[in-house]
Design a protein around this ligand. Structure first.
Ligand code: ATP
Length: 487
């Protein structure tokens, strides 16, 4: 039986009451859509990152990790197109002062897509249709205008910043990878095709943050730039191919060359979704229409996910041609080419970019895992069906009573099992309540130490999902848990 979709309220209230995620600067009443990950939340986040790194970097011989800076040379953002083009169109409500994304207002009210339209055309559309401020219903709106999403900050005068002494907080991790390409090719044995991966913070001055951690001003991305050889005859045909909007219009050989990369990556992305426990029925691969492609892309698909508030972008996978390396080559004056050691051919590699938002992964995992389950005895429980690798607590050890040597035995078991990850010892309250507390945070197994333990050295092992209990010898515990949950 499929479980019903949780509401955002259910997810947010669980996150708050169990210290998973809470409002940033909570004691000051919160601060502009910032969120703070508490003890369990930060552990879940770390588990996702560790799993991603293991899956895409450590387990692959063709991908290496880097850790670039948040501040890049200001020219890098000119080269990438972010200074000129990383904009949203916004309007202000003159009455309630709400700041509104014009494309969201048009999409929500008229069910149409206005991406790529000029400020004038969008303003006319809003006026002609008497669209209202979603907050106060006023029609007294300003004209649409572009708003750059990059946060700027000022450097001290002695540091080398842009002309006006400003630097940007990076709005994506990708560019730091492109800037590192030359160092990697010069100083490692990397051979194309190879990928560079990075996990890190990005900052965007989003006009309408919202939906909890789905859209934040400060968030983490897990990104890969995968460098591969250009289609054959690229050099001769570049101008023609670039003038065609989408690789679907390219010649068959070139198209197949790129699509082979897409095929491999779409399998890898699907595999990742399964590894972290995303409900596959909620994941949808959506191709970008040619007219909706970003300036650097000739084919992009997104993985959209059925969040409680609707189907929205979770991940993206974009073919960026040689756009970024060529631009950085032009702006930096440094050659960013690769010489194939076998053929001696020299070229600027092409790039496929799979990108994974960490906060959105977190929210999609919670959406997939959350269940309010009715039990046979008429009660109900909240349970997170998290994969063991994601669960913030791997095993909870619960002495039946706080006396008679049961806590001591429990603590010994706790120490022994900590090699599986964070384990928790809980001696407070009725055993049923203690199970419920662990169910809510997704602990896969609870171990109860009782009076029989003292007689026969066995413990009760309770499975989170089935709630079935088994008696297992303490000496067999590690092997049992490894085989069933953590192997
Ligand atoms: P959207 O259309 O939702 O604004 P985007 O297409 O601008 O997203 P990308 O630039 O492709 O997003 O960023 C790569 C990934 O980073 C996204 O797929 C998403 O998972 C994540 N991401 C982007 N913006 C935010 C944000 N403001 N808060 C949290 N995660 C984000």
């Amino acid at each position: 039986m499929t479980k019903p979709m949780p509401t955002m309220q259910q997810i947010q209230s669980l996150c708050k009451r169990r210290g998973i995620v809470s409002l940033g600067s909570d004691i000051y009443g919160g601060f502009g859509n910032t969120y703070s990950y508490g003890p369990y939340g930060s552990q879940i986040k770390k588990n996702i990152k560790d799993l991603w790194w293991k899956n895409f970097v450590e387990n692959r011989s063709d991908i290496m990790g880097i850790d670039g800076d948040i501040f890049l040379h200001p020219k890098a953002w000119e080269a990438s197109g972010h200074v000129a083009g990383f904009n949203d169109q916004l309007i202000d409500c003159k009455d309630c002062k709400a700041r509104i994304r014009a494309d969201h207002l048009v999409e929500d009210s008229l069910k149409m897509d206005c991406e790529g339209m000029s400020d004038e055309a969008v303003t006319k559309l809003i006026k002609d249709n008497n669209l209202q401020c979603p907050n106060c219903k006023s029609e007294n709106l300003t004209e649409a205008r572009k708003f750059n999403l990059m946060f700027k900050t000022e450097l001290s005068k002695t540091a080398k910043a842009g002309d006006d002494n400003f630097v940007y907080l990076r709005p994506e991790t990708a560019q730091a990878i492109f800037l590192e390409f030359k160092n990697v090719v010069d100083n490692t044995r990397a051979k194309v095709p190879f990928g560079l991966a990075q996990i890190g913070k990005a900052f965007r001055n989003e006009i309408t943050p919202g939906n909890f951690i789905f859209r934040q001003l400060e968030f983490e991305q897990m990104e890969i730039e995968y460098f591969f050889s250009p289609p054959k005859n690229w050099t001769e045909n570049k101008e023609k191919l670039m003038s065609l909007g989408h690789i679907n219009d390219w010649d068959e050989e070139s198209r197949n060359h790129i699509n082979a990369q897409f095929d491999a990556w779409s399998k890898d992305i699907d595999n990742w979704c399964e590894i972290v426990g995303l409900d596959s029925k909620k994941c949808h691969a959506i191709e970008h229409a040619p007219e909706k492609l970003s300036h650097y892309s000739k084919r992009t698909f997104d993985i959209e996910f059925d969040f409680p508030f609707g189907q929205k972008e979770l991940y993206g996978c974009a073919y960026r041609t040689d756009f970024d390396l060529s631009q950085h080559q032009k702006f930096s004056g440094k050659k960013l080419e690769y010489r194939d050691p076998q053929t001696n051919e020299v070229y600027t590699p092409h790039v496929l970019e799979p990108t994974f938002g960490l906060g959105r992964t977190f929210l999609a995992i919670l959406t997939s895992a959350y269940e309010e389950e009715k039990l046979e005895d008429g009660t109900s429980r909240t349970v997170l069906h998290l994969k063991p690798a994601i669960a913030p607590v791997k095993v909870a050890i619960l002495p039946l009573m706080k006396k008679d040597g049961l806590p001591e035995i429990s603590k010994e078991i706790l120490q022994d099992l900590q090699s599986f990850g964070a384990c928790e010892y809980d001696e407070g309250g009725q055993i049923g309540k203690r199970y419920r507390r662990q169910d809510e945070i997704g602990t896969p197994v609870c171990i109860t130490v009782d009076y029989d333990t003292k007689e026969d050295n066995t413990v009760t092992v309770r499975d989170r999902d089935t709630m079935k209990q088994e008696r297992i010898k303490i000496s067999d515990l590690k092997t049992y848990l490894f085989t069933k949950y953590f192997g």
